[in-house]
Ligand binder design. Structure first.
Ligand code: GLN
Length: 195
């Protein structure tokens, strides 16, 4: 199983390490042509405005719409969630719209208000306690009807999925807990079987 990590900006190296620990081959992606032959893609955290500008400049917007339409799973964390969302607030900004959620940027506070938490998740039909690191994280304010929440913090969804698109407002790659990456790998495996 080959899973790409978008390596334009942000903390892509730790995602690659987590995927490798789950048994997948992790591939850094810097050009749309490098999406070829991949079974899934992770869009890491960073700064969503910068990330989106780089994605537009390199031709990733159309390439990812196609990647998604072909049924290949995409996992966005933090800034990655923001670029995948249908609607972005604080401030409003364009995004790829591949998952029907509304997110509010930086809604858990500033850099120094970053925090860690443990939360209950439901992954592959099983309850799991997961470690969550929030860094200038976006808040998921609205979930569309086709979106399933897989974990909550203080009553709000922090991990959600719509079909083959998985998003987290926190950074699972910053802990040793592989549960969320394992869940994504499982999504990728199922999508391959279906294809
Ligand atoms: N605050 C960033 C943004 O709005 C996201 C932060 C992160 O990815 N850790 O794009």
């Amino acid at each position: 199983m080959r899973i790409g990590v978008l390596a334009l900006q942000g903390d892509f190296a730790l995602h690659a390490r987590a995927l490798a620990r789950c048994g997948a081959e992790a591939v850094e992606v810097r050009k749309p042509a490098e999406l070829e032959g991949l079974d899934g893609l992770v869009i890491p955290g960073g700064e969503s405005t910068t990330l989106l500008k780089l994605m537009e400049a390199w031709g990733f917007v159309a390439a990812l719409a196609e990647f998604h339409a072909e049924g290949r799973p995409i996992f966005g964390t933090c800034a990655g969630l923001i670029v995948l969302a249908r609607e972005v607030e604080n401030p409003r900004q364009v995004s790829l719209g591949l998952i029907d959620v509304t997110v509010e940027r930086n809604a858990y506070g500033r850099q120094r208000e970053s925090f860690e938490a443990r939360g209950q998740a439901r992954l592959d039909g099983r309850p799991a306690t997961i470690e969550m690191v929030f860094i200038r994280a976006p808040r998921i304010r609205r979930l569309g009807p086709g979106v399933e929440s897989l974990a909550e913090l203080r009553g709000e969804s922090v991990l959600a999925r719509q079909g083959t698109v998985l998003v987290a407002s926190f950074h699972p790659e910053l802990t040793d807990d592989l549960a969320v990456h394992r869940h994504f790998c499982e999504l990728v495996r199922r999508a391959r079987v279906a294809a």
